[in-house]
Design a protein around this ligand. Structure first.
Ligand SMILES: NC(=O)c1ccc[n+]([C@@H]2O[C@H](COP(=O)([O-])OP(=O)(O)OC[C@H]3O[C@@H](n4cnc5c(N)ncnc54)[C@H](O)[C@@H]3O)[C@@H](O)[C@H]2O)c1
Length: 258
């Protein structure tokens, strides 16, 4: 167990990749606190983690609201004594062309994906420092942080900001013994992606042609990267984004059709 007793707060942990982080961290011995806006999914996630033998807590928390983020970390400290690891995972996506995109849609994505990561990281770091813990903060970026997708404006911009915020935080918190890293997943099988596949029949074919490994990631493959980054095996990594993307960013043009 690499993460025994390392109290881990995961935003957006009720579903998707966030829940997979919870599952993997519980397996590694970490108590898990989920902050999410989906109460029903949050309760189901806690039940699932407890069934798998873990300690888990759900707190309703919108990451765009400072008071709720602070309350999430207060609840984690109250329940488990301190905070060792934070995964700032809550994120949203929206489509829209550059010429048509509405101001409120731009603001909403930036609020969750950038301000939310800032508020989460600040509150996590304050809790770690107050508890005298040498913690790890993992921000969730995307391959979209460095290459953009047709028909998306704010999402790649927000994920690029997450990469730079990760560097800012790493430099700011290094003397406190806190490492800050990011993960940049490629397309990953979640309910969200399944919905996209349903609506765009050529999606999987296109992912296959644009990815060396010819498939999207499974959530467990991203959770494994987080478990490594949170562990002492990654003790000399800070300020970096680790891309788990099946070779997508190494590929110029397309894979040959099989
Ligand atoms: N799935 C992918 O292909 C993929 C690829 C690269 C990066 N990512 C990133 O990984 C993260 C998780 O993605 P996912 O596919 O699991 O998404 P998802 O939509 O399945 O889950 C996101 C979770 O965040 C919660 N959430 C949304 N807004 C919130 C808010 N304001 N405050 C707190 N919680 C909130 C949702 O309720 C949900 O439980 C996101 O940051 C996403 O950008 C996903």
């Amino acid at each position: 167990m690499k993460l025994k007793d390392r109290v881990t707060v995961i935003t957006g942990g009720a579903k998707g990749i966030g829940l997979a982080y919870g599952r993997r961290f519980v397996k590694e011995g970490a108590p898990v606190v989920i902050g999410d806006v989906d109460d029903k999914a949050g309760a189901a996630a806690v039940a699932a983690l407890e069934k798998e033998g873990g300690k888990a807590l759900y707190v309703c928390c919108d990451v765009t609201k400072k008071a709720e983020v602070d309350a999430l970390f207060d609840a984690a400290v109250k329940a488990f004594g301190h905070v060792d690891v934070c995964i700032a995972n809550a994120g949203i996506v929206n489509d829209g062309s550059f010429l048509e995109l509405k101001e409120e849609d731009f603001d909403r994505v930036m609020a969750v994906n950038v301000k939310g990561v800032f508020l989460t990281g600040q509150s996590a770091a304050r809790a770690m420092i107050a508890g005298k813990r040498k913690g790890v903060i993992i921000n969730i970026a995307s391959t979209n942080a460095i290459v953009v997708q047709h028909g998306q404006v704010t999402y790649p911009v927000s994920k690029g900001a997450v990469n730079l915020l990760t560097k800012v935080m790493a430099i700011s918190l290094a003397d406190n013994g806190i490492r800050v890293v990011a993960i940049g997943p490629g397309p990953t099988r979640t309910e969200m992606l399944d919905e996209v596949i349903k609506n765009h029949p050529t999606f999987m074919k296109n992912v296959g042609l644009r990815t060396a490994l010819r498939r999207p990631a499974e959530v467990e493959e991203i959770a494994g990267v987080a478990a490594f980054l949170a562990s002492d095996d990654a003790s000399y990594i800070t300020g970096q984004t680790i891309y788990a993307e099946g070779g997508r960013l190494a590929l110029n043009y397309m894979m040959p059709e099989k």
